[in-house]
Write a protein that binds this ligand. Structure first.
Ligand code: ZN
Length: 133
């Protein structure tokens, strides 16, 4: 998979200010305010930066945390994990492996079969309902 690289000015032109703040500057949307935290219709969630399909509705679950949560990505090669030590915590950051967008964090307290909880900002993704192009 080829990497997508753009300048800061190009990202600013493409993304909304909120999308830019989260995806490019590692911000976090407030819990229960994002566009997809309570979306459970069938479909796929694409990266807001590059359009890569990252998560599917059939792996989404209600974690009660106010952010879209998934137990696994569509393809592990499409996401990258890095250790994040900001805010006095040690967490595992999840990024798009294609355009390096900040997506959220992954925690080891998810449901079976993976036991993982990918806690992802709505604003870092674009939902595509099943059956639409
Ligand atoms: Zn991306």
């Amino acid at each position: 998979m080829d990497k997508v690289r753009k300048t800061e000015a190009e990202w600013k032109a493409q993304l909304t200010p909120m999308e830019f703040a989260v995806a490019r500057e590692k911000g976090t949307e407030r819990a229960f305010t994002g566009r997809y935290w309570d979306t459970f219709t069938p479909g796929i969630y694409r990266c807001v930066g590059c359009g890569t399909p990252l998560f599917a509705s059939d792996t989404k679950f209600d974690a009660g945390c106010g952010w879209p949560s998934y137990f696994e990505p569509i393809d592990p090669a499409r996401v990258r994990e890095e250790t994040d030590t900001t805010h006095g915590m040690v967490r595992t950051e999840v990024l798009c492996n294609i355009c390096d967008a900040h997506l959220g964090h992954v925690f080891p307290d998810g449901p079976e079969p993976t036991g993982l909880r990918y806690c992802i900002n709505s604003v870092s993704m674009k939902f595509e309902p099943q059956g639409e192009e």
